[in-house]
Design a protein around this ligand. Sequence first.
Ligand SMILES: *[C@@H]1O[C@H](CO)[C@@H](O)[C@H](O)[C@H]1NC(C)=O
Ligand SMILES: *[C@@H]1O[C@H](CO)[C@@H](O)[C@H](O)[C@H]1NC(C)=O
Ligand SMILES: *[C@@H]1O[C@H](CO)[C@@H](O)[C@H](O)[C@H]1NC(C)=O
Length: 165
Amino acid sequence: MDTCEPAVLKLLVVGVLVNALMMRGLSAAGRVNIEPIPPKQTTACNESRLQWEVEVCGEDFKQDMAHIDPQYWCNLTYFISEYHFFTLCTENRSHILQCYWPNPLVEGYIIHIHKHFFSNCTMPQVVWVDPPDDMLVILILIPIFLTFAMIALVVWCSRRSDILA
Ligand SMILES: *[C@@H]1O[C@H](CO)[C@@H](O)[C@H](O)[C@H]1NC(C)=O
Ligand SMILES: *[C@@H]1O[C@H](CO)[C@@H](O)[C@H](O)[C@H]1NC(C)=O
Ligand SMILES: *[C@@H]1O[C@H](CO)[C@@H](O)[C@H](O)[C@H]1NC(C)=O
């Protein structure tokens, strides 16, 4: 055995780490959907029940918002605690019903709420900014490059051990 094997191992570890970080970053940016590994569930999520519960949260939020002058509906400062309470409510109801949170149903409802209250807001306050496209290309190319480097190194190492043998 020579210095080849540790080099392959190191590259492999770096590659796996970079890939994992990248996927997390991309998934946070909404570019790639990674299904979380589901924990064991005793009962299945009852979606019709969840829909109903989440609408109760929404009704509470609507009542809270009714106490705030609509001219301030685009300024998060005025309703941050109500909004926080609303998301917390959807989270609690999801957990009680053994549903994942966030989930497509809850997200759909939150979008519905946003459309109702914030459709006229010109200054988006809660916006997930995607990385600029050239940055994204670099982020995607790094693991591809690492994969090729790994393959090349493995091939090179096996050739070398063939020659040495
Ligand atoms: C889901 O909840 C609804 C409303 O509470 C209920 O009528 C229905 O039987 C439930 N479905 C299941 C599969 O438990
Ligand atoms: C929101 O309201 C706060 C308090 O009145 C104010 O300081 C802030 O500048 C407002 N933000 C926007 C984006 O209008
Ligand atoms: C948005 O603007 C439209 C047209 O001006 C108005 O009818 C609607 O009530 C407004 N919605 C909100 C949430 O302010």
